[in-house]
Design a protein around this ligand. Sequence first.
Ligand code: ATP
Ligand code: MG
Length: 690
Amino acid sequence: MSGLNLAQQEAVNYMHGPCLVLAGAGSGKTRVITHKVARLIQTGLEARRILAITFTNKAAAEMRERAKGLIGRDAKEVVICTFHALGVRLLRQDGAALGLKPQFSILDTGDVTAILKDAGGTTDAATARQWQWAISLWKNMGLNAAQAEAQAKDDNERVTARIMARYEERLTAYQSVDFDDLIGLPLKLLHEHDAVRDKWQRHLGHVLVDEYQDTNATQYELLKLLVGERGRFTAVGDDDQSIYGWRGATLDNLKRLPQDWPQLKVVKLEQNYRSTGAILRAANNVIQPNPKLFPKTLFSELGEGEPVRVVDCDNEEHEAERAVARIQSLRAAGLGKDWKDFAVLYRANHQARVFEQALRKAQVPYKVSGGQSFFDRAEIRDLCAWLRLWVNNDDDPAFLRAVTTPKRGIGHTTLGSLGVFAGQYKLSLFEALFSSSLGAALPARAVGSLHEFGRYVNDLEYRARHTLGAEDAKAFLADWLKDIGYEKHLYDSEDSEKLAAARWSNVLDFCDWMAKRCGGEIDDSAGVALAGEKKSLLEVAQTISLLSTLSEREQDQNVVTLSTLHASKGLEWPHVMLVGCVEGLLPFKLDDDDGLKGQANEGILQRLQEERRLMYVGITRAQRSLAVSWLRKRKKGREVVAGQPSRFIAEMALDKATVKEDPREKLKALRAEFARRSAEAAAAAAGGTP
Ligand code: ATP
Ligand code: MG
């Protein structure tokens, strides 16, 4: 119980019913979860019967580390993972009840776009992505294709719903699921299969959920089915930090808790342990105009600290220079010892580039988190397609990518005919390839090459299943890449040798990382399998997609963090620079957005409130110092437009005296002063009066 205040202790000690910890940023909510896990084990609950759900894989890894520090080895058995990883677990164990093989594939967004293009008969990726977006929202609302069609408001929605039906058929045929299915299908499973539901409810002794304010409707339903009537769960959250509304997260989940669970114990935390008084005041002021779901007050005992700085910049480049200068001067002043003490936070991914350039120029090490994922690179996706095909032969998208990368003399005509044949007999491409009647549809030579490929995949699958541990995995992967001539393929297909070398080095990194996961050396198995155990390569391969989109491969390196505000949730840094605080960026374009034209003001107001919460999240990441910068001129597409300071800067209601003047103005004044004095001195030396 040490290191917890009274309210935190109350939440930790309340174990026999539903508990909600509702509190502002930095008040120790996540700490309550970690300590409660430890406490539950101390009181005799088996570690493996505890489930803690985090928002990202990275947060899960961190929590596992902390739990290990508190309770030692037992922590290994606690299931700490995201809702999505939990979905994988549920479907792997009990998905058969829904007709899903345990080796189902998890499609990444790229695959989904490709399948939708096919299902909707378009070659336009943007159109396919619009469908993807709509289908994802429907799935998050718990609607299937038929229900989506029934509630469609216009022709466009009706068409999309029909495409959804075709998309779903394909997924079933490929034995594949998308990310939304990782929540939706387990929900269906627990809903429709009493025995499975009873089993899980009996098994789980306590469920804990961090960042509860950003759960969506299906996640809440899943939680309800997992805990059953007894409701042994602990949810922690902050309505002021709900920033995923655009992805279907809903504050209704917070409102529903006291209604659905009349016995709900609500604990409020009021002390902020993260930020100085000045930072916390700015945060409280910013969030003040938003409507309050639950009234909250937050105080800090860390002293007033440095005033919050407002930095005005000429343009993006200037802003980046000033951010780097600030990092360097804080370090020189001994205020931030390590590079990892600093973070630059921004609204949109594209803002990172200028900061990357400036940091590189100044030779400051950095990482971009929440940006393009390692796993989105073409070479890594190539390898993942092969791995997926070993795990699940029916994964047609993976089949097509693997059979053509590198090229092996099986051309589009052959693959086209194979596709038609498979469609006729309702087989996967892989099944079709071994069909005895294929010979009637394709020339013997084509059938021969297909058989050769099929046998090769079977052989790889067999070997991957029996490859255990890091050493064997490493050797196996190296052999395989040599077999398929992947390095040569990269050099042949890249114009620049340097680029090919960089790609090959990514491939080697990837193999190392896979091998380490097989050896159980990395604690980031997404919480699907237990850490510390040797795993087969095939087993490790199945969770690849899950890790990919969530892109949580980062280790705790000593580097400056560049991050979107969305990806900074739950984290903290001694020094934070919140950049690009101009109207149109933060808040993000509210009025000139086509989607919003003609919409009721209510919609715009809600968007503004979510942007304000985003600002609140950004401010409250800072422990000791915070600088907020804005641009006089900013790029907007190809144009340069005048920048207006974000309304949130005014809303922070900073004391005028604390707003630092523009250093260039100061320099100008100093120079003028210096010139005047030198003129005086020169005149005095000359014996005259100036
Ligand atoms: P967020 O809303 O950003 O997710 P949170 O409420 O989850 O924040 P934590 O991350 O758990 O807050 O805690 C914030 C910081 O305060 C951490 O560094 C944590 O170690 C520290 N902290 C929390 N509770 C205490 C306490 N009782 N005593 C000392 N330090 C604490
Ligand atoms: Mg937290």
